[in-house]
Write a protein that binds this ligand. Structure first.
Ligand SMILES: Nc1ncnc2c1ncn2[C@@H]1O[C@H](COP(=O)(O)OP(=O)(O)O)[C@@H](O)[C@H]1O
Ligand SMILES: [Mg+2]
Ligand SMILES: [Zn+2]
Length: 456
């Protein structure tokens, strides 16, 4: 070790190393090791003062209150992702790329919650109070009773929060905080961890909810949100594709709710608009659907979402054909292509294949297999699927179509949006609100797509 108390800390995952290296052995990130004073390598813990143990007092599992009380912020899309509102005494980390709209979202959460009677504070270390006021004005919140502060010193923040108790506190961002107890610079792993630990302790003590903003970094210059994930109760990520106004809030971890819910927003001049009906957004304008397009009836958490899969299979100019996919798993694409080839005689050799999920949404469900296969086959055969048809179903390696969860909810959403039929696993037909062309094998589904009467 170079100096007393110095060590090399990975700014991406927080692993502590005794020697500098180009790559972190813990998370494989490159150029993320930074020398930090006052952070000890593992095993070199500070000598603790001998204090007398107090013993444990055990409790039963029964409790009067079954569900934790929640602060409903009034921003329904945000509340749902949190599991039905923010839990007092909890710490929530909201991560995202710079500029995605984290500050905008949390100012909106503060203002909406304040309008419903919660006491809210917004503490920014990134912007001056004047800038935040200007944003609030633009968003129409200039009269919201939010307490505003621009501060980065954790000592002053804690002091202020101990004097005035709030129901909800936003800290924007964890990377600007610093504590004079540590020698490492602001934004380093040591500082970020120490400051977040203090805030989490305060949240529990005062039973207030703390919302922490964390920038996701790729360059490793400042500590990423990953280094504090284990300390907080919930980790949400705010995502958006460049060039699209849609923003999606997802839970990556939640001690008080499910992690498969998403919140959908649209970024505009006056801030974020909640999108309660994402299907209409992701389907785009419903002009004539061309060959290569298939509408997937998916589920995002408890909500059905319809989204268009677009495929293009074009003759390849080079030796090795290209496979490019946006919004879906490339391994899954390779599997579906292999099954189409082996079980349906539809060859993609010598063709470039592009697959795109419209609107910037990312799909992780196996239920999307059949929609992707239908889009690919439609492009390869150059026949358009019926305009009013939705598709879903899991494809197995043997070429079978398997049932998926929540088939009725998917079909109901499709019916609600004016779709008149579905290409789906045979099990979906019972009690379906729209006619279902039930298929049990992928070859059968592909044959269906080529048939004429199906289009009438
Ligand atoms: N004056 C403005 N008019 C319209 N949109 C703006 C304005 N200022 C910022 N924005 C939008 O807000 C986004 C920045 O949001 P912000 O909440 O500051 O992001 P983050 O906190 O995640 O870095 C910008 O990318 C831009 O789209
Ligand atoms: Mg910001
Ligand atoms: Zn690392």
């Amino acid at each position: 070790m170079a100096r007393d108390g110095a060590a090399y800390v990975c700014q991406s995952c927080g692993a502590v190393h005794t020697k500098w290296a180009g790559q972190c052995v813990a998370c494989s990130a490159w150029n993320t090791l930074v020398e930090e004073l006052g952070s000890r390598p593992p095993g070199a813990l500070a000598p603790t003062k001998a204090t007398k143990a107090r013993g444990l007092s055990f409790m039963g599992l029964e409790s009067e209150t079954l569900t934790p009380p929640r602060i409903e912020t009034g921003l329904a899309e945000f509340d749902r992702v949190c599991g039905g509102g923010v839990v007092p005494g909890s710490a929530v980390l909201i991560g995202g790329d710079p500029g995605v709209g984290k500050s905008t979202l949390l100012l909106q959460v503060c203002a909406e919650a304040a309008a419903r009677g919660a006491s809210c504070a917004y503490i920014s270390g990134e912007e001056a109070a004047e800038q935040i006021r200007a944003r609030a004005g633009r968003m129409g919140y200039s009269r919201a009773p939010v307490s505003l502060a621009a501060e980065t010193a954790i000592r002053d923040i804690l002091d202020g929060l101990k004097r005035d108790r709030f129901d909800l506190v936003v800290i924007d961002s964890i990377q600007t905080l610093w504590s004079d107890n540590h020698e490492a610079g602001p934004g380093s792993v040591t500082q970020v961890r120490a400051c977040v630990a203090e805030l989490v302790r305060l949240a529990k003590k005062q039973n207030c909810a703390i919302l922490l903003v964390g920038h996701v970094t790729k360059d490793g210059q400042i500590a990423g949100p990953r280094v504090v994930e284990h300390m907080v109760d919930a980790v949400l990520s705010f995502e958006g594709e460049r060039g699209y106004p849609f923003r999606i809030l997802r839970a990556a971890k939640n001690r008080f709710g499910a992690t498969d819910e998403i919140g959908v927003f649209e970024m505009g001049e006056t801030g974020l608009r909640q999108v309660h009906n994402p299907s209409a957004l992701f389907l785009g304008d419903s002009g004539q659907r061309a060959a290569g397009a298939a509408v997937f009836a998916g589920m995002e958490g408890s909500r059905p979402v319809l989204v268009e899969f677009q495929a293009l299979a074009a003759p390849s100019a080079y030796g090795t054909p290209r496979r490019a996919v946006v919004g879906w798993d490339s391994g899954r694409l390779a599997m579906v292509l292999a099954v189409l080839e082996a079980r349906c005689g539809l060859s993609f050799a010598g063709r470039d294949v592009y697959l795109n999920v419209a609107g910037g949404l990312r799909i992780n469900e196996p239920a999307a297999d059949l929609a992707a296969a239908a889009a690919l086959a439609s492009s390869a055969l150059d026949v358009a699927l019926p305009q009013d048809c939705v598709v879903f179903g899991e494809v197995s390696l043997s070429g079978e179509i398997r049932s998926v969860c929540r088939m009725e909810a998917r079909l109901k959403e499709a019916a609600k949006l004016g779709f008149k039929r579905a290409l789906a696993p045979s099990g979906a037909a019972d009690g379906a609100p729209i006619p279902v062309a039930g298929v049990s094998r992928l070859a059968e589904a592909i044959r269906r797509i080529g048939e004429e009467d199906w289009k009438a």
